[in-house]
Design a protein around this ligand. Structure first.
Ligand code: G6P
Length: 479
């Protein structure tokens, strides 16, 4: 296949821009919120970068174009491909399987076939875009087959893969009827990155048990029976982060601080403001959080509206059945709590099913006394990091599920097991009662970590590791 012109190509399910169609039918694009594009924009500009991804709109056929200082390379998906590859295999099979089977993953051969063919389409686009000897960085569970397909098309390029979500333990991963094909897909990469050490270990264990490839430490050797020349694949953890400095500055701006005061006022100046911010996803433990808060009100340990919970749940994957069910359940629970404990004009839970601009989120973080992150399983959880970055005032307490990737780093948070409702209630009460000295000490430690380890550093670490494989102490072992 002829080489393209981009030294660095990022491949992700979504493009880093949101599309809007004007009344006259013309298209315009604005940068999507999120740290990934912020982290990669400078390195993309330096390296004549391209980003291959889906526009988010069905059937949109569009030539590659320039935007955000890079080449944006749309991949078309039809309605039925979205249903089978995105809603189906990615979010009805892999997402629940990789998140501890919180809901049942569904295994459908037609979904798998769509996943294979769409992964090939993304790989073909990347192969067309990347320059001779260039680098391709593939992202996340939707595209696990891209590395191997791409390697066949373009053996000259370096390939990195980063999994943004957990990699499950072998006992769960083994349920997947296509487990071998997925491992072989990932092993097309030179470097496979994960959020946590335990994810990298789970992956290596799956490789050892489900393939006959030799592994030594974190290195898998692909011998000549599989690949000529023989090569090595490394697995390692690279915990992702946010654009901490920018978020810290935004949250400390006079406008955001003013808005934080206004928010508390609009809520009737509660004594204690608790906050939850999530995509409306069953992995986030929103029901567990509501149960704990509802019980604290029922027990009389908290009283509304002196204690108020704000829950922002941004709409997500609304055509997938489990997400619809979750929405119904969450909304019924919020209604019940407000029915039991609300007062005229003063709700106990303020529930919002939409997303907000970054400035408004920063103001909410700044206004909240206690941030509740209660995920049942979460690759990282960037909301926890945003809350910490927003608290230059050293106010606020983070209650954080130990089942998030963030818990490995944010050890000064109040760590909880969200399945333990009594434990969560105790942590909430402890957060509310925490002495200012302890609160400040904890927040100072959390901030040190988040400000030192930002998303720019994450991207640099990954790309440096990809570019400079450490020499292996032993020659390649033939299989
Ligand atoms: C998680 C995944 C991302 C995904 C995002 C939003 O963070 O790791 O790959 O893009 O959720 O989900 P969506 O299905 O809307 O892309």
């Amino acid at each position: 296949m002829p080489a393209g012109e981009h030294d660095l190509v990022v491949v992700a399910n979504r493009l880093p821009v949101d599309m809007t169609v004007a009344d006259d039918g013309s298209l315009s694009w604005t940068r999507s919120p999120g740290g990934l594009v912020t982290a990669l924009a400078p390195v993309m500009q330096r390296n004549a970068g391209a980003w291959v991804g889906w526009s988010g709109t069905p059937d949109l056929e569009h030539e590659p174009f320039d935007g955000e200082g890079m080449r944006l390379w749309p991949v078309r998906l039809s309605e039925s491909e979205i249903a089978a590859y995105y809603e189906g295999f990615s979010n009805g099979t892999l997402w629940p399987l990789y998140h501890d089977v919180i809901v049942d993953p569904q295994f459908h051969r037609a979904w798998w076939n769509a996943y294979v063919s769409i992964n090939r389409r993304f790989a073909a686009a990347a192969a067309e875009a990347v320059a001779e000897g260039g680098t391709v960085w593939v992202h996340d569970y939707q595209l696990q087959l891209v590395p191997a397909v791409l390697r066949l098309l373009r053996p000259d390029v370096k390939i990195g893969f980063f999994n943004h979500i957990p990699f499950p333990p072998l006992e769960i991963f083994s349920q997947l009827p296509w487990r071998r094909q997925v491992l072989e897909g990932l092993l097309g990469a030179d470097l496979v990155g994960f959020q946590r050490e335990s994810d990298a270990k789970n992956f290596l264990r799956a490789v050892r048990r489900l393939t006959d490839l030799p592994t030594r430490g974190r290195v898998v050797t692909i011998g000549e029976r599989w690949a000529r020349p023989a090569r090595q694949v490394r697995a390692a953890s690279f915990p992702i982060s946010i654009d901490s400095t920018a978020f810290d500055a935004l949250a400390s701006s006079p406008a955001v601080q003013k808005r934080a005061v206004e928010i508390r006022k609009e809520l009737g100046d509660p004594e204690v403001l608790l906050l939850g911010v999530d995509r409306l996803d069953y992995t986030k433990g929103i029901r567990h959080r509501l149960k704990a808060f509802g019980e604290l009100l029922a027990d009389g340990r908290l009283a509304a509206p002196e204690a108020t919970l704000v829950q922002v749940a941004s709409p997500s994957r609304e055509r997938v059945e489990q997400y619809r069910q979750l929405r119904d359940e969450v909304e019924a629970t919020v209604g019940r709590i407000n029915g039991d404990y609300g007062a005229l004009g003063r709700a106990a839970v303020h529930y919002m099913h939409h997303s907000y601009p970054m400035e408004e989120m920063a103001a909410m973080y700044r206004a909240a006394d206690v941030m509740l992150v209660t995920s049942l399983r979460d690759g990282m959880n960037l909301v926890a990091k945003e809350y910490v970055a927003a608290r230059r005032d050293l106010g606020g307490v983070l209650v954080l599920s130990e089942f998030t990737g963030a818990a490995d780093e944010l050890t000064q948070a109040l760590l909880i097991n969200p399945h333990d409702i009594d434990g969560t209630k105790a942590a909430i009460m402890r957060a509310i009662a925490m002495e200012p000295t302890e609160r400040r000490r904890r927040m100072r430690g959390l901030r040190r970590r988040v400000l030192d380890h930002d998303v720019q550093r994450w991207a640099e670490d990954f790309l440096t590791a990809l570019a400079n494989p450490r020499p292996h102490p032993r020659p390649l072992v033939e299989d």
